[in-house]
Design a protein around this ligand. Structure first.
Ligand code: EPU
Length: 354
């Protein structure tokens, strides 16, 4: 009897009618028709490598930390990326290049680099989600963005199964942006990311937010480890822990407006924060606008605006995706009515919305 060809199901784990509640940090219930779990790059190629397989796919799910299910059911197939592993690719006396598989949880990966004495990721401590998501939106915090440390992104092209390696320049990183949100949106499944880290002569960034003050208060010299500890303390004081209170971090992007629009806003509110950009435009603080519009700490059922950081929407337990999405739209409409500024979601809307 001929030995059967290995089928997709033999490598990919398949499950039907799965509630994705444990797989999104908002803690929203959403019943997926079919979930395939990939643990190796070949699984990803099996799952998206043909046009038919790719067309069946409704979502590629990583750490689920930056998405909102706007509906309570999801038809089609969800591909869950569970690729694990991390290793040193190359090193010199000064620096090291490390690679992590897309499914590695981000913060434990950051801690691993710090335990090895490597600098570069400390400002990005305690960010929820997995390694594979960080390049997509060029995750950033406390003055450091993924683009400052990422050297390469490896991904499988949907529809063909081709494996590509993009340099940081190819990724065209911008504020909460990259080619994976532009021309490659819905066309790439990231499988691994490489980072360039320092072994000595670290480039330490402490001037953003309250990192300096936090270090001074504790009487500690800046180092990758002490900066990480400070960032962890700051984030814990402002941002809710998804394990305790469902959320997806910043729900909206900080909007960028023209200098004239900023002047108009300052005429309304003289203390409106604005951060001038290289191109002459001004980045506003969405959290400030939402707070000034009166939404900070607002709660409707189990959907709310976080009491300590208005940029974060929260699920107190039983909110549904459509309820969070309705609240988000109400906040957008009100901020626009009061300040003439349009807020855009930073999280990915799964199930439609805009
Ligand atoms: N602000 C308020 N009220 C609020 C929140 C903020 O007035 O409720 C004011 C602050 O006082 C400050 C300004 O808004 O003047 C900026 O606030 P903050 O420094 O807390 O940062 P953010 O702009 O609210 C951004 C990122 C965060 C990142 C922090 C620190 C975006 C969309 N968000 O928030 O990223 O952790 O800076 O670097 O750029 C995320 O993307 O999920 C995220 C948490």
């Amino acid at each position: 009897m001929p030995i059967p060809e290995p089928s997709v199901e033999m490598a990919l784990h398949e499950a039907l009618s799965v509630d994705l509640k444990p797989f999104n940090t908002f803690g929203l219930s959403c019943i997926a028709e079919r979930v395939l779990t990939a643990t190796a790059e070949d699984d990803v190629r099996d799952a998206v490598g043909t046009v038919a397989a790719n067309e069946a796919l409704s979502l590629v799910l990583g750490g689920g930390s930056n998405l909102l299910f706007t509906q309570e059911r999801l038809t089609g197939t969800v591909l869950h990326i569970n690729l694990l592993g991390k290793h040193v690719v190359s090193e010199t006396d000064d620096a090291v290049v490390v690679e992590a598989a897309a499914g590695e949880p981000w913060h434990p990966f950051v801690l691993w680099t710090l335990e090895n004495g490597w600098g570069g990721l400390e400002n990005l401590s305690l960010i929820p989600g997995n390694v594979g998501t960080t390049p997509v939106q060029n995750v950033g915090a406390y003055g450091v963005e993924t683009k400052d440390v990422c050297t390469e992104v490896r991904f499988v092209e949907r529809g063909t199964g081709a494996v590509h390696t993009f340099s940081a320049a190819d990724c065209a990183f911008g504020y909460r942006d990259s080619v994976f949100k532009g021309p490659w949106r819905n066309r790439a499944v990231i499988t691994a990311v490489r980072f360039h880290l320092t072994k000595r002569n670290h480039t330490l960034k402490t001037h953003y937010g309250s990192v300096d003050a936090e270090l001074e208060a504790a009487g500690i010299q800046p180092s990758p480890q002490s900066i990480s500890d400070a960032v962890v303390r700051i984030r814990r004081s402002k941002l809710p822990d998804p394990a305790e209170l469902g959320n997806s971090g910043s729900f909206f992007k900080n909007p960028t407006v023209s200098a004239e629009e900023y002047a108009r806003l300052r005429a309304l509110k003289s203390d409106a924060p604005g951060y001038p950009q290289a191109d002459g435009r001004v980045k506003l603080a969405a959290g400030w606008l939402i707070e000034q519009a009166g939404w900070k700490g607002y709660r409707r059922g189990d959907a709310g605006v976080h009491a300590k950081q208005a940029l974060v929407l929260v699920n107190y337990g039983r909110a549904t995706g459509p309820e969070i999405w309705q609240l988000a739209q109400d906040v957008v409409a009100d901020v626009h009515a009061k300040f003439g500024v349009s807020l855009e979601p930073e999280v990915n809307l799964v199930g439609g919305g805009l």
